[in-house]
Design a protein around this ligand. Structure first.
Ligand code: PXP
Length: 237
């Protein structure tokens, strides 16, 4: 069973555009869980244009399923994550000015750094996932960091899905097979939507969790959260 973690960054973006606490991010997180979400994901960025650092503690308190914090492991980020202690922390190599995450770690180049960070988070009882491009040759160095999971970056899959879905998913399937063999759990995310999700979940062996924000929130503007989450869950079952 693949878990659906709903990324609520876009809800925070709408809230922040007006300065008041509306929509209330905490209520949205609770409602998403009520409507079937199996996890809540947030990605605080240094300029706090989406979720704010101050949102993390209250979100952790109310999340009953699984709380996942994504981000670049700066000192500030790591201190906060160690204080909040989410269930999972997904490490992403995005620079502060990035519009959105658009590449995974080079686990060869950053192996020593990642090993240190993974150890620090695991010592606090936090499961660690590394955002990774679908390149099987990275699995060996990812494994040597001690990470529990990888999150496969699905941007290129989503981009190429309509042209040739089999070709688009192949590097993901092969990387997932290598990860499974190395004892690493597999998450995935970025640009997944109602069209491309079900094929991905069928084709990628051992997929444990997807985190979906942009498309799900846009769909919820049309359908409401309850129906949108229900539709995404249908795609995974
Ligand atoms: N995974 C990571 C590491 C991300 O940075 C994001 C976007 O914040 C997502 C997954 C979700 O991507 P999307 O918003 O396109 O569903």
């Amino acid at each position: 069973m693949v878990r659906l973690s709903v990324n609520i960054n876009k809800v925070a973006l709408i809230r922040n555009s007006r300065g008041a606490n509306f929509p209330d991010l905490i209520k949205v997180a609770q409602d998403c869980e009520k409507f079937g979400a199996e996890g809540i994901t947030v990605h605080p960025r240094p300029d706090e244009r989406h979720v704010r650092y101050a949102d993390l503690e209250p979100l952790k308190r109310v999340t009953k399923t699984e709380f996942n914090i994504e981000g670049y492991p700066s000192e500030r980020f790591l201190n906060l994550v160690c204080q909040v202690k989410p269930d999972q922390c997904t490490l992403v190599p995005d620079p502060p000015e990035a519009l959105t995450s658009n590449t995974g770690w080079d686990t060869n180049q950053h192996q020593a750094f990642l090993r240190r960070v993974v150890k620090q988070l695991q010592a606090e009882g936090i499961r660690v996932s590394l955002f990774l491009d679908p390149r099987p040759e990275l699995i060996e160095s990812a494994q040597s960091t001690g990470t529990d999971r990888i999150e496969l970056y699905t941007g290129s899959y989503a981009l190429n899905f309509s042209q040739d879905k089999k070709e688009a998913v192949t590097p993901h399937r092969i990387t997932a097979q290598h990860a499974q063999a190395a004892g690493i759990g597999i998450n995935a995310g970025h640009d997944l939507n109602l069209e491309n999700l079900s094929y991905y979940a069928q084709e990628v062996p051992g997929l444990l969790e997807v985190s979906i924000g942009h498309a799900l929130i846009v769909d919820a503007l049309y359908m409401g959260y309850e129906k949108a989450i229900g539709r995404y869950l249908d795609m995974l079952r």
